[in-house]
Ligand binder design. Structure first.
Ligand code: PHE
Length: 452
């Protein structure tokens, strides 16, 4: 693990981790939940929870990776073995590594949809909402083979870069795509600033209307801050195992938080400007990107196709750089534990999620949907719910408890030196108390034990 070939450069690490964090969550999900919860007040709550819960755990995960210098399972196992009364079973905490593969079963299908939409916007855009709705419904409900083609294409692309390893695959991919992505988002933002509705969009996002805020929004914000920072599945631990010695963890984590938040806010501003400009509702939900946006692009006239392709490419790039970080933790685990080649490990792990992904596709089809549903919930949604709402938060709490209670405070002296005593105290309090409580609320709420 420690030879130069498998180590990031300092910037390579930041780009790769930003690449993991910035994904469909920022450009697609953040705007639509902000729309659902009424705008500005939600944005503030989100910023607050991201800073006090997400950021605290991001630092903890980065530290675990740096400290353990191995895959997540080995790192937790070593921590357990180092205790006075040895606890080798701590290695099971590291099995969060496989959450990434479960996420990939549907994440890859969605990247496939985006690729399909890039292809279809070259051929012309839908003119009305009805037409757009029909196109999306036909793709998801009827065109199984089209989806399979794009899911497979997305899978092969992801596996190609994972197979290249940390330095020649993942770092290269991110060093190219992340600056490109930021450039595209900036261009789209500047374009939205030229439209009349930009002011309204700005107001919608940054002037809180507290009357619209529900306590459920708070829970959604905690959940999303987890997903968007790629926490609770070993991605951050795995990437951080390859940071150059002496890297400042707190500063690196802050850069990731900064870019992740920046891109989400930019995406929100762009999308709401376009929605208001073309008279669409901000609270459209998940269909925003695949139904509302294509119609808006077609109303723009000639420039529409170009804006559409730019927007969808940004989305695809964001998705791809996140996807490699979802697969890498399991691959590195297989290499370390079973001593197989990277190529073999990549093919095995890829085949598993690709195969389950086919059932996720089938679960949305009109013909086979019922067979691939669990208690009436399509497998696609069940997989999403299981990871997003249950497995990631549970892993998050285990990370917080490991760093906050299992490890000794002296082990954390690097962080204390980086942060200074005051900030370290706040962070430590968040890891030991605030984050675990916030996550417990989140889990209880999802399980329906408490209704907020
Ligand atoms: N952070 C990514 C996003 O916002 C998703 C992701 C989750 C990636 C977990 C890796 C790990 O879309």
């Amino acid at each position: 693990m420690n030879d130069k070939k498998s180590q990031f450069t300092r910037w390579g690490f930041i780009f790769a981790t930003v690449g993991s964090a910035v994904g469909l969550g920022n450009i697609w999900k953040f705007p639509y939940i902000t729309g659902e919860y009424g705008g500005g007040a939600f944005v503030l709550v989100y910023l607050f929870t991201t800073l006090f819960v997400g950021f605290a755990i991001l630092i903890a995960e980065m530290f675990l990776g740096y400290f353990g210098k191995s895959d997540a399972v080995t790192t937790f196992e070593n921590i357990g073995n180092g205790l006075k009364n040895r606890k080798p079973s701590m290695k099971y905490v590291g099995f969060m590594t496989f959450n990434g593969l479960i996420i990939m079963t549907f994440y890859s299908v969605v990247i496939g949809w985006i690729l399909y939409y890039i292809y279809s916007s070259i051929n012309g855009l839908p003119k009305t909402v009805d037409e757009a709705e029909l196109e999306f419904k036909t793709l998801v409900g009827e065109n199984i083979l089209t989806q399979l083609f794009f899911h497979t294409f997305a899978t092969l692309t992801v596996l190609h870069f994972v197979n290249g390893g940390i330095k020649n695959g993942i770092e290269k991919l991110n060093n190219f795509l992340i600056p490109t992505l930021i450039f595209i988002m900036l261009s789209l933002l500047i374009y939205s600033m030229t439209l009349d509705s930009f002011a309204e969009s700005f107001k919608f996002m940054f002037y809180p209307d507290w009357s619209k805020l529900t306590s459920e929004a708070f829970i959604r914000a905690v959940g999303h801050s987890f997903f968007t920072l790629s926490l609770g599945m070993g991605a951050i631990i795995t990437y951080s195992a390859s940071i150059p010695n002496g890297t400042n963890i707190t500063k690196s984590a802050f850069s990731v938080l900064f870019f992740d938040t920046l891109i989400a806010l930019m995406a929100g501003l762009i999308i709401f400007t376009l929605l208001f400009q073309f008279g669409e509702e901000p609270s459209k939900g998940a269909g925003l990107v695949f139904i509302s946006m294509p119609v808006i692009f077609s109303q723009m006239g000639d420039i529409g196709s170009l804006v559409s392709i730019l927007f969808l490419s940004a989305l695809a790039m964001a998705g791809l750089t996140s996807a490699v970080s979802l697969v890498e933790p399991a691959v590195i685990y297989m290499i370390n534990r079973f001593k197989i080649t990277r190529f073999k490990a990549t093919i095995y792990m890829g085949t598993i999620y690709w195969f389950i992904g086919i059932f996720a596709i089938l679960s949305y089809s009109t013909t086979y949907g019922e067979i691939f549903s669990i208690f009436g919930t399509p497998l696609f949604d069940a997989l999403e719910l299981l990871t997003d709402s249950i497995l990631l938060p549970i892993s998050g709490i285990l990370i917080a408890l490991t760093v906050g209670y299992v490890m000794r405070k002296v082990d954390l002296v690097k962080l204390q030196n980086e942060m200074g005593d005051k900030i370290f105290k706040i962070w430590y309090f968040s890891i030991r108390v605030v984050s675990p409580i916030a996550i417990i609320f989140l889990i209880l709420n999802i399980l329906g034990v408490i209704q907020l």
